[in-house]
Design a protein around this ligand. Structure first.
Ligand code: KIV
Ligand code: ZN
Length: 513
């Protein structure tokens, strides 16, 4: 059995299925470049049949990524497979991932198909995908609730048909670690041609067990894990890449395989994904949470000072904490700015876009003397997001005083025309949102409001996330500023623009079921 564990990242596909986490093509390319730097083996870039937007995003990722295989998802249907192949055709290395459900519940109630029909369709799909590439992955969806005898039949047949990766999804996060590990071991043992394929797992976190299930599967022979940055994904999410990878690295006394991941890139990737999707990372999140390496108790602090390993099993710097170098300041010029952005894999399509970003950088440097990589990432995310907005913030004045009702006066540019209004609220943010609503009249429901600091210190930029819902559609908006009320206004407007003025639905909503 191979001693290499393949890390298959699906942040751009399953991760994007988190409510409100839709990403633009440019955002997907930025994340894909960061994943390539992290050295993931496979990037699942999207579901090309789902929408034109997702097709274009997969195509754009396939074009720029050189060191990771780029994968596209397809149902076990010819049209899906052809669309995936078309989106991936410029990739240096491509993979088609096709799937079909095999659990009694899904076959009977969702697909309305007999088991033999499912088996035949799976084989047909894999053979069709092989017309475009040798690198074909098959997933028996809802494998965690499928019957093992039927799974063995399907998997043996699709390996014969040419699938080189067999991915076992626990689609609904139902299995338990011992049970799931045993399933993987039994499949590998019972399927006569199992040595012709790599066994992979794809675990969801509905019971909080996605990482535990994945690691248990690795112990029993799985050699690919599908995961996402920060554990983003459908419902409770997928297995978190950073936890799987650090589990394997830290417990190399147990695991007989290693990954090729550059772990020092983990924190950067986590921040970028959080910044772009607007999904904050909880402070106590393993590896990438702000408290993951912080010691509060005196006994622990004393122990760590005497000998770090008394209370630390990993080194913060090994996952990229403290790597956020102070890079630029007020006196930095355009070429230093451009160079640093290049180091962060950020490129602008035109000189005008670079100039506009540079102006924003200078404005920020006037307020905040030390500009870190995270500041630059946030600044660029803001700039890209605001570029196509129909409703823009022109000015905001907020009065907040003890004993007085907070008051906000706002001017918005809506489709080229300026409108002003004033409103009061229970706090400055509430007053600001009410003022925006007085002009925009969206009547959207505010589901989530969160503020995080981008870097340390009271001069840090605040990164605000806003999640809005209207008629079942959910969107996330982000805004960053050293003034958190202005950041809040930007975040609300960013979400509103996506909700009200974008003709694009969620990129993965378009696939017919
Ligand atoms: O969870 C799941 O079953 C999936 C498949 C498409 C692999 O995401
Ligand atoms: Zn999934």
């Amino acid at each position: 059995m191979s001693d290499q564990l393949i890390i298959f990242d699906t942040t751009l596909r399953d991760g994007e299925q988190s409510p409100g986490a839709s990403m633009t093509k440019e955002e997907k390319v930025r994340i894909a470049k960061a994943l390539e730097k992290l050295k993931v083996n496979v990037i699942e870039a999207g579901f090309p049949i789902a929408s034109q937007g997702d097709f274009e995003a997969v195509r754009a990722v396939a074009k720029v990524i050189k060191d990771s295989t780029v994968c596209g998802l397809a149902r076990a249907l010819e049209k899906d497979i052809e669309q995936a192949a078309e989106a991936l055709k410029n990739a240096n290395s491509m993979r088609i991932h096709t799937f079909l459900a095999t659990s009694p519940l899904h076959m009977e109630r969702k697909l309305c198909m007999q088991p033999d029909e499912v088996l035949a369709q799976a084989v047909k799909a894999v053979k069709h995908a092989r017309n475009y590439t040798d690198n074909v992955e098959f997933s028996p969806e809802d494998a965690g609730r499928s019957e093992i005898d039927f799974l063995c039949r399907v998997i043996e047949a699709v390996i014969d048909a040419g699938a080189s990766t067999i991915n076992i999804p626990d689609t609904v996060g139902y299995t338990l670690p011992a049970m799931f590990g045993k399933l993987i071991g039994e499949l590998i043992e019972r399927i006569p041609n199992s040595d012709k394929a790599i066994f992979s797992v794809h675990c969801h976190n509905d019971l909080g067990l996605a990482v535990a299930n994945s690691l248990s599967a690795v112990i029993h022979g799985a050699r690919q894990v599908e995961c996402t940055i920060n554990g983003l994904g459908e419902r409770a999410g997928n297995a978190a890449l950073e936890e799987v990878v650090m589990g394997i690295h830290t417990r190399n006394d147990v695991f007989t395989c290693t990954t090729r991941i550059d772990t020092t890139q983990i924190v950067n990737c986590s921040r970028l994904v959080s910044n772009i999707t607007g999904f904050p990372v909880q402070p106590n999140k393993a590896i990438v949470g702000a408290n993951a390496f912080a010691h509060e108790s005196g006994i622990h602090q004393d122990g760590v000072m005497k000998h770090r390993q008394t209370y630390e099993i990993m080194r913060a710097e090994d996952v990229g904490w403290n790597a956020n170098r102070m890079v630029l300041g007020k006196h930095s010029g355009r070429s230093a700015f451009r160079e640093r952005l290049k180091g962060l894999n950020i490129e602008f399509e035109s000189e005008e876009e670079l100039n506009a970003a540079f102006v924003r950088f200078k404005e920020l440097a006037d307020k905040k003397h030390e500009i870190y990589d995270d500041d630059l990432q946030a600044l660029v995310t803001d700039a890209f997001a605001m570029e196509n907005e129909k409703v823009k913030l022109v000015s905001l004045k907020v009065c907040s005083e003890t004993g007085e009702t907070p008051h906000a006066q706002i001017t918005l540019n809506i489709d080229g025309k300026e409108h002003s209004v004033a409103a009061s609220g229970s706090g400055p943010v509430d007053a600001t949102f009410k003022a925006i609503e007085a002009l925009a009249t969206s009547q959207a429901n505010l589901l989530v409001y969160s503020v995080n600091n981008v870097t340390d210190g009271t001069d840090s930029q605040g990164e605000v996330g806003v999640r809005l819902e209207k008629n079942g559609q959910i969107v996330n908006g982000q805004g960053t500023d050293t003034d958190i009320v202005i950041a809040s206004a930007k975040a609300y407007l960013n979400a509103l623009n996506k909700l009200e003025f974008s003709d694009k639905q969620h990129p993965q909503k378009g696939a017919p079921v």
